[in-house]
Design a protein around this ligand. Sequence first.
Ligand code: PGA
Length: 248
Amino acid sequence: MKKLIAGNWKMNGSLAANEALVKAMLSSLGGVGTAADMALCAPAPYLAQLQTLLQGSPIVWGAQDVSAHEQGAYTGEVSAAMLRDFACRYVIVGHSERRQYHGETDALVAAKAQRALALGITPIVCVGETLAEREADQTEAVVKRQLAAVIHAVAHCTSEIVVAYEPVWAIGTGKTATPEMAQHVHAVLRAQLAAATQHPERVHILYGGSMNAVNAASLLAQPDIDGGLIGGASLKAADFLQIVVSAR
Ligand code: PGA
């Protein structure tokens, strides 16, 4: 299975900056080839721009959140059908920043994953423990609880999701889980998937949290790390592409 390197721009960018960044990536793709599958997840207002810039290229695009509701009186929300209108291939759900700052529960994240799948969009389901949870030896319990909610909701479609293990203490902090620490949790998640689907090997389990051009190769060399969810480093064309090359 090819690895998947997905950028998460978070709330960054502008029409001008996005165009410069994407064009820089596309112009350097020759040296990268198709070492890995590539995706960029942008703020919703820029999805039309990404569709224009990336259509026909090897890079697909996606969103960073989706409503659990189908349509209607939900001011400010963006539906899965709207994401599909802009040909989104992926949507991130349950990012720790949404769980933390927007009160998203396991049940809501599961409903969002289900809604995305219903519209043919692959949810990138984020799980991960806080520093306090790791120190209290709760890492496995936390990630298993978070993933279990999604598996319960999507049931027979479990093999169609992407999982991203993102230890909260490693996000945007420059602190990365060691490859061994990350691999340990990925193996736990793989075993949990194996109990829920006949094809656990088909599920990409990405690592995220300060993955960069320097540390990517050692993380991506682990047997159960099938790619990366890249925040800060996805805002620099050279760094993002170096991570893609590391996935070879
Ligand atoms: P980071 O973010 O690479 O900047 O740590 C990763 C993420 O939050 O998806």
